[in-house]
Design a protein around this ligand. Structure first.
Ligand SMILES: [Zn+2]
Length: 369
């Protein structure tokens, strides 16, 4: 395991390449972003919007998936106020919500004046699928990601909404595997194949369960159905520079608030991904598999956007990465799994090539320096 010389990402990140100058593909993508003519990109998006505005008889021009987080508030603001489209916001309800998450979503609807539909999938099925994803691939939020993608695509299809606006392409922004169409014109139709889903096919994940009647919101319409309905999906990150800190500032003007009592264990930021409770343990499992989690993600955003230098990031990562995640009780309760069984499953995913026991504690063999 070794690290990029410019940010703090390790080479264990799937899809990341570190070149012979020691710089990772995410940092190279940032260099490339600086050469993009963003006003030309914005003009391109204006043209797309001009082509669809007011043409849908149901009234909505554009669908924006929202969590109530800073990025989704910025997306709704951008599409409704800057590009002047009639936006329908769609929220897939988190099963273990935080107070901040509920309040932020409420203020978004109130302050941006948009319609919101919420989709709650039945908990019994969701718990089963999350538990299968936990045990089989150590990736319980796979189920959430699947529902968000499929339910949003279904909603666009149902309401015949011509444009779906996703946030950033995680492969492009965070140095993962990149889909060619996304890179060339911000097309998000291949989102279902991105890194969040790469570990296992959905059908093989659920192969030992009989769930066929319960999966409407886990299965998106076929690509050709979406195409025939003239629904286009895009990443807004292709059309404007993606900067979480700027989004946080914009979101605050519409009532968004960070976590009142400060960052959670292992977190550097108090406003990233704060709407639900199950993602903390989910992301900590990534640490066991790949040797990095929240503190690396948070400090990398800051480096890429020019808010932090590498030595500061190194210090932060080293001081936070061995924290144990918050909300473990809620996680165990939700998945109906005992503490012993959870740790047995989690430790099964620990990558012994990168971890070693020192004074009875697991530590990375190659610490970040
Ligand atoms: Zn880098």
């Amino acid at each position: 395991m070794y690290y990029c010389k410019r940010c703090v990402l390790p080479n264990t990140k799937p899809g990341l390449k570190i070149d012979n100058e020691g710089i990772c593909s995410a940092c190279r993508a940032v260099e490339l972003k600086k050469t993009i003519d963003w006003s030309e990109r914005s003009a391109k998006l204006h043209k797309i919007c001009d082509g669809i505005r007011g043409k849908n008889k149901n009234g909505y021009d554009c669908l924006v998936p929202v969590s109530g987080g800073k990025d989704s508030i910025m997306q709704v603001y951008t599409m409704s106020q800057k590009y002047n489209l009639n936006v329908l916001a769609v929220n897939v309800v988190a099963h273990v919500q935080t107070v901040e998450g509920i309040e932020n979503l409420n203020s978004m609807v109130e302050n941006l004046g948009v319609d919101l539909i919420t989709i709650s999938v039945r908990p019994s099925t969701h718990k089963r699928i999350r538990k299968m994803a936990l045990i089989k691939v150590g990736n319980p939020n796979y189920a959430e990601h699947r529902v968000v993608f499929a339910a949003v695509a279904r909603s666009a299809y149902f309401y015949k909404i011509p444009l779906v606006v996703w946030g950033e392409d995680i492969g492009v922004e965070f140095g993962g595997n990149i889909d060619k169409d996304s890179l060339e014109d911000g097309d998000a139709k291949e989102l279902i194949n991105n890194d969040l889903f790469r570990e296992i096919e959905f059908d093989s994940l659920i192969s030992d369960a009989s769930l066929n009647d319960e999966l409407l919101f886990y299965k998106p319409p076929e690509l050709n159905e979406i195409k025939n309905a003239n629904i286009k999906s895009i990443y807004l990150g292709y059309y404007q520079w993606w900067d979480g800190i700027k989004h946080y500032k914009i979101a605050k003007t519409f009532g968004f608030k960070g976590r009142k009592s400060g960052p959670l264990p292992g977190n550097y930021l108090n406003y990233d991904n704060i709407d639900e409770k199950l993602c903390e343990v989910h992301l900590w499992l990534k640490f066991l598999k790949l040797g990095f989690w929240r503190p690396t993600d948070h400090t990398c955003y800051n480096i890429w956007n020019g808010y932090m230098n590498r030595p500061e990031a190194v210090e932060i990562v080293n001081s936070l990465q061995y924290d144990f995640p918050a909300y473990i009780e809620e996680f165990l309760e939700f998945h109906q799994i005992s503490e012993d069984e959870f740790f047995r499953v989690a430790e099964g995913f620990r990558n012994k090539e990168i971890f070693v026991k020192k004074s009875n504690k697991w530590r990375l063999r190659n610490e970040l320096t």
